[in-house]
Design a protein around this ligand. Structure first.
Ligand code: UD1
Length: 392
């Protein structure tokens, strides 16, 4: 059932600034060690990476950084919560590196289709994003989440093993810390799952540890993301959730462009700076770069199944985030106060020491840049990748 979809450059391109066309012209395209993508490409020549879920929010930003870093990249995505337009735009943003991108519309549970892709291409590593991620929906439809996320991952690991590809970067989440008793969260904190979505992340982490224990040839990086926000500075790719957004920033964005009347603030009696919940927001381009750093780490000899937090190490309250967004956009965000959202933690932010030390990676952007780029994306694409009729 694998359908290889050709990618054309046929859309009207909002690439109105040449600074987004060449990786070496923009500091955000620089790799962590400060070299530009052209020199990076010398290091990564001929490396081919499979990215599952590469058409999604974090996936598309990571694919762009991979291409600009000189990797050949193949996306597998079922487009369940993502758009092929994102793939086309990534290809355009990557300019001359865009030729190194291929896309297959395939569901990971379709083992025959996956086998076919692995038979035709030798992959050096896989970055695995594909999965469902709406907490509320996972509570309503647990079997859907277990089927998608767990069966999809197991099928992927089986096919990887059968083809001798045993290097994996997995997209985990700070959700595995549950309600942390203290902050910052270090990688050694006890783990728990508060809902079926979280349980799939935790279970996949455990599966990865077992797989590595059984066969130490496997090298696996588990990356625990904190709260990814923002968009590529071009405003050409960004987050485009289907339906009513669950997360804070997409909701604020939809209020700012007039799609929703007000932001509901969940809880005002937390023991925080202003009573609202505190989180560790991280710019999605920083997060994408964290994956390149993790891929490089996989090249080292003594890697087993290792885990890293990807966050900034800084906590920001809901109201602080709203104010930063208002400043960046010049828009007033009307607020409605409500009680705490069930299941919400009070304060969550990361210890980033391990990633800084071992991955040589550190987030560069603060909340002002996150809001600037979120607004740039929102104002240029008020309805995301779709039309007003296709979303609500
Ligand atoms: C949520 C999920 C978490 C998931 C993460 C993905 C829950 C309970 N947790 O985390 O499992 O890994 O998204 O990014 O759903 N807020 C509002 N109004 C809104 C939306 C959010 O006030 O309309 C507040 C929340 O109460 C919270 C903060 O904004 O204090 C951030 O919320 P959100 O973006 O949903 O992220 P998390 O709660 O950290």
């Amino acid at each position: 059932m694998a359908s290889r979809v050709g990618i054309t450059n046929g859309t009207s391109s909002p690439l109105n600034s040449s600074r987004f066309l060449s990786p070496s012209k923009n500091s955000s395209f620089q790799t962590q060690n400060g070299s530009n993508s052209n020199s990076a490409s010398l290091m990564t020549q001929n490396k081919t990476v499979l990215v599952t879920g590469g058409a999604g929010y974090i996936g598309s930003h990571t694919v762009l950084q991979l291409l600009l870093g000189g990797f050949k990249t193949v996306i597998v995505d079922n487009l369940d919560n993502s758009s092929e337009v994102a793939v086309r735009r990534v290809k355009e943003l990557a300019a001359e590196f865009g030729k190194n991108l291929n896309f297959h519309k395939v569901d990971l549970r379709d083992k025959a289709a996956l086998e076919q892709i692995f038979s035709s291409t030798k992959f050096d590593a896989v970055i695995h994003f594909a999965g469902m991620k709406a907490v509320g929906e996972s509570v309503q439809k647990p079997l859907l989440y277990y089927n998608n996320n767990l069966i999809g991952t197991i099928t992927l690991l089986e096919v990887m093993a059968a083809h001798g590809c045993k290097k994996l970067v997995f997209s985990s989440s700070a959700t595995v810390y549950g309600w942390p008793k203290e902050v910052p969260c270090t990688e050694e904190f006890p783990l728990s799952a508060a809902n079926p979505y979280g349980r799939t992340k935790l279970t996949i982490e455990e599966i990865c540890r077992d797989v590595n224990r059984a066969d130490p040839d496997w090298k696996i990086m588990l990356l625990r993301y904190f709260n990814p926000v923002g968009a590529h500075p071009s405003g050409y790719i960004g987050e485009d959730p289907h339906g009513i957004p669950n997360n804070l920033m997409p909701f604020i964005q939809q209020v700012a462009v007039g799609r929703r009347p007000a932001l509901t603030v969940f809880g005002n009696d937390y023991k925080t700076v202003d009573g609202t919940g505190v989180r560790d927001y991280i710019h999605v381009v920083d997060l994408a770069d964290g994956h390149i750093a993790a891929l490089r780490k996989l090249e080292e000899a003594d890697i087993g199944c290792d885990v890293y937090n990807l966050g900034t190490g800084k906590g920001t309250s809901v109201l602080e985030m709203v104010r930063a967004f208002e400043k960046a956009s010049g828009k007033k965000i009307p607020l409605v106060k409500a009680g705490r959202r069930p299941g919400d933690a009070e304060i969550v932010y990361a210890s980033t020491k391990k990633a800084e030390r071992e991955l040589k990676w550190k987030a560069k952007y603060g909340i002002d840049e996150m809001c600037r780029d979120q607004w740039n994306w929102a104002s240029k694409n008020p309805y995301g990748y779709g039309s007003p009729d296709s979303t609500n």
